[in-house]
Design a protein around this ligand. Structure first.
Ligand SMILES: NC(=O)c1ccc[n+]([C@@H]2O[C@H](COP(=O)([O-])OP(=O)(O)OC[C@H]3O[C@@H](n4cnc5c(N)ncnc54)[C@H](O)[C@@H]3O)[C@@H](O)[C@H]2O)c1
Length: 336
């Protein structure tokens, strides 16, 4: 059992969407937290503002083993929770370079440093996408990895490296595989914030193909609580799926959000499908529910209403990101 008295927890990628929620919950629980983040376009310390005085922050690339070693020597963390990753599928299709560097090379560098430092626990953030797609039924933890995008292939590679370290060196790793997260602070290139922002501004709301792809939606607050449980009670060597069980077609979710914002469905604009778009993900999450007594607390309608309200209250933050994104895509298309 890992607890706050066991020592410091080093969290990578904590300036990102899920990592920052995890840190907020860990600090509230009394943990001493060290944050390592490269602050890529997806990282933003604004997400950690409410806990800025409670965490030690290091702007470090996880692929830089030397710098990581210095942080470990100085802070002596007893556990690591590894969120840092390139996380956007569309970007991985366009250019996989950073995905290989961070998700594979970076994970291995971090594992090596954490192993040599003798940490008690290493929680690795994987994803439901490593299983590939599934038409019927649900992915169990023992299912084979069949990733289908450069993003999910890089995440699956990281899983295998973490498992190899566990097998070869008795590295105390636990892997978690959450389903699609939503909630406050998500970068507005991802599905839910894109819909909200476009709808708010009466702009066409882009939906891939006919919007029939199915995802299992999990509020970040529930996801972070599950990861905290795994840090404290998860069995070393095990894998835990983390899903809400609440599956929705993309188009149905878009309709819910438009209704919440009082916007017409005529804003929906079907666009050319993502290359290799996975049809459906669905997790069998009985293991974490039964072994660790975790269950999600926030249903999709309630969570979506809170999320929509959060984006309405934080429009300047969202607008700033959207402007930066538009600049990025213009540059990409100009050089194509
Ligand atoms: N968002 C989801 O729905 C979801 C679902 C399942 C699993 N995951 C996994 O959870 C983790 C967190 O996802 P997220 O949505 O919060 O991601 P995010 O893109 O919001 O945040 C990623 C964070 O990692 C940092 N980072 C990137 N490269 C780095 C590097 N080389 N060194 C140090 N820091 C670096 C970024 O600056 C950012 O703060 C990822 O591993 C992702 O694969 C996400």
């Amino acid at each position: 059992m890992f607890r706050k008295s066991s020592g410091k927890v080093l969290v990578t990628g904590a300036a990102g969407f899920i990592g920052s929620e995890f840190v907020r919950q860990a600090v509230a629980r009394g943990y001493s937290v060290v944050v390592v983040d490269k602050l890529t376009y997806a990282g933003d310390l604004a997400r950690l503002k409410s806990v800025a005085d409670d965490v030690a922050f290091y702007k470090v690339d996880i692929a830089d083993g030397k710098k990581l070693e210095e942080v470990f020597k100085k802070e002596k963390p007893r556990a690591v929770v590894h969120f840092a990753a390139e996380s956007h599928v569309d970007r991985s299709i366009l250019d996989d370079t950073e995905f290989i560097k961070t998700n594979i090379v970076g994970t291995q560098a971090l594992v090596n440093v954490a192993r040599k430092a003798g940490v008690e626990k290493f929680v690795h953030l994987s994803t439901d996408e490593v299983y590939g797609e599934i038409e019927r039924g649900k992915f169990k933890e023992a299912f084979p990895l069949k990733p289908r995008s450069p993003y999910s292939a890089s995440k699956a590679s990281a899983d295998l490296l973490v498992q190899a370290a566990a097998h070869t060196f008795d590295f105390p790793a636990v892997i978690v595989r959450p389903s699609n997260n939503y909630g406050p602070w998500q970068y507005p290139e991802k599905f839910i914030p894109v819909i909200i922002y476009k709808a708010l501004n009466y702009q066409p709301v882009p939906v891939y193909a006919q919007g029939l792809n199915v995802r299992e939606w999990l509020h970040i607050s529930d996801c972070a609580a599950a990861i905290l449980k795994v840090l404290e009670q998860g069995k070393v060597g095990d894998i835990y799926n983390i899903g809400s069980g609440d599956e929705r077609k993309n188009i149905d979710l878009v309709r819910i959000i438009l209704k919440m914002l009082g916007r017409p469905e005529t804003l929906i604009s079907f666009v050319k499908d993502r290359l290799g778009h996975d049809w459906r993900y669905a997790l069998d999450s009985r293991k974490i529910r039964e072994d660790l007594a975790w269950s999600p607390k926030i249903g999709v309608e309630q969570g979506m209403a809170r999320t929509v309200a959060w984006y309405c209250e934080h429009l300047p933050w969202v607008k700033g990101k959207v402007v930066a994104l538009e600049r990025y895509w213009k540059k990409v298309y100009r050089s194509a």
